[in-house]
Write a protein that binds this ligand. Structure first.
Ligand code: UD1
Length: 417
């Protein structure tokens, strides 16, 4: 087990550069399967989740090379169409590889995906969309076998704007016969980035970033180089970490427009924020103000920032109320914060956080990626030594977290227990 040892209570100040987006990299790496050619990707973050995705590609027969600043993926030699079960269990987003594999090989086998423990995460929307596209889906013994003669474009209306299902449908239909439309599509910036990448390859995707996406099937795709968008959740995490210590941060390589709901909430908390092109400057007050938050699909407040804000608000002035509308079990981190003296009450979807003057350093356990980041935030703003255990979850999604935090004055080290 790996842990972070954090000696907190220091005001953080400095400059951090945001890495490429985890959630954009994963479907884009899957998208390289479609071309059966070589793709060069820049700004893929070096984190556990991208490493697993690239490992799957290698197991399926692709050639993957890491060169300075880029990853070169040759999917031509790929022959296998079964995603190994142990890989599926490690990471939920491996499911988006299915759409790309079926599209190219007319068959794919995979199992139910795993990932963070943040509640039931079914894939019914993915599978029902596949069926609508003429794919035969058979679920047997925990495995899902998909086969088809061809994929035929159709109209798909999603019951919920699922990010993964929207990406999977796009990947499955870029090379399909005819036109596919997705209504009530997810509008997250990572979907726009996937569409930009695929369109650069020669795909014809219109409307990505809106709730109506139209995909006109093309015959083949070409070799491209592509730079992944900045990680908006990583950006939000560092802004909150610095805000919680009353500090000052210059954040480089950001897309401020993608994180406007996060910036608005930080301003409500009393932070002074200025944006200039791809740079965000934040200056926090000594004491943050309490705020209310409701998580919603994009462009609403992102569920992935809920825990990080929740942790920051434990030391704000007054009472904050959070409503988590996307995932059903995303409050596990609050039990850990309670060990540090936080006053949080959970009632169903709602968390009521009564700000305290300070938290007490303690030993806490991560249960998921963003919940883990929330505990690091708590450690950073708390005097004394906080031990955050099971940081394997955090390493899934944050590139060089401890180096980045050290560079702005934090005392944080990894310990192998
Ligand atoms: C993606 C992000 C994740 C983020 C989430 C919501 C990646 C790799 N992960 O996850 O960080 O928290 O979007 O912004 O991009 N659902 C169903 N049936 C389905 C699919 C989803 O009921 O077939 C439900 C889920 O259980 C959940 C909600 O829809 O309650 C949102 O899920 P979805 O948008 O699909 O999230 P992911 O793509 O898994």
């Amino acid at each position: 087990m790996l842990s972070y040892i954090i000696k907190g209570g220091k005001r953080l100040e400095g400059t951090i550069s945001v890495s490429g987006s985890k959630n954009a990299s994963l479907p884009i790496i899957a998208g390289t399967i479609l071309s059966a050619k070589t793709t060069k990707l820049y700004h893929v973050p070096n984190i556990h989740d991208t490493q697993i995705t690239l490992k799957i590609l290698k197991l399926l027969g692709c050639k993957v090379k890491k060169e300075r600043g880029k990853i070169v993926i040759d999917t031509k030699p790929m022959r296998k169409t079964e995603i190994p079960e142990d890989m599926m269990r490690q990471m939920r987003s491996t499911v988006v590889m299915a759409g790309a594999i079926i599209s190219r090989f007319k068959e794919a086998t995979f199992s139910y995906p795993g990932g963070c423990e943040i509640g039931a995460r079914p894939i019914d929307l993915h599978l029902s969309a596949f069926r609508k596209l003429g794919i035969h889906v058979e679920e047997k013994g925990g495995f899902i076998h998909c086969t088809c003669d061809k994929i035929i474009g159709t109209e798909i209306n999603l019951d919920f704007p699922s990010v993964g299902a929207t990406e999977n449908i796009i990947l499955a239909t870029v090379l399909a016969e005819g036109i596919t439309t997705i209504t009530n599509a997810a509008m997250e910036p990572e979907i726009e980035d996937l569409a930009k990448f695929l369109n650069k390859m020669g795909a014809k995707i219109e409307g990505a970033g809106t709730n109506l996406i139209k995909i006109t099937g093309v015959k083949q795709l070409k070799e491209v180089s592509y730079k992944i968008m900045p990680d908006r959740i990583e950006a939000g995490t560092y802004l909150c970490m610095v805000a919680a210590t009353g500090g000052k941060l210059k954040l480089l390589n950001t897309e401020p427009e993608h994180i406007s709901p996060i910036l608005n909430k930080l301003q409500e908390c009393g932070c002074n924020i200025e944006t200039q092109g791809k740079v965000i400057n934040l200056e926090a007050p000594k004491k943050l103000k309490s705020i209310d938050i409701k998580t919603l699909p994009y462009p609403g407040f992102p569920t992935d920032m809920q825990s990080v804000f929740g942790s920051m608000l434990t030391i704000a002035k007054g009472t904050s109320v959070i409503v988590e509308n996307i995932f059903e079990n995303r409050y596990k981190y609050t039990q850990e914060l309670q060990k540090m003296g936080a006053k949080i009450q959970i009632e169903g979807k709602m968390a009521v956080i009564k700000g305290v003057r300070k938290l007490n350093a303690s030993k806490v356990d991560s249960h998921d990626l963003r919940g883990g980041a929330a505990l690091v935030l708590a450690g950073l703003c708390t005097k004394g030594t906080t031990y955050v255990n099971n940081i394997e979850y955090i390493l899934r999604g944050y590139e060089n977290l401890e180096e980045k935090l050290q560079s702005i004055g934090a005392s944080i080290k990894i310990k192998n227990n």
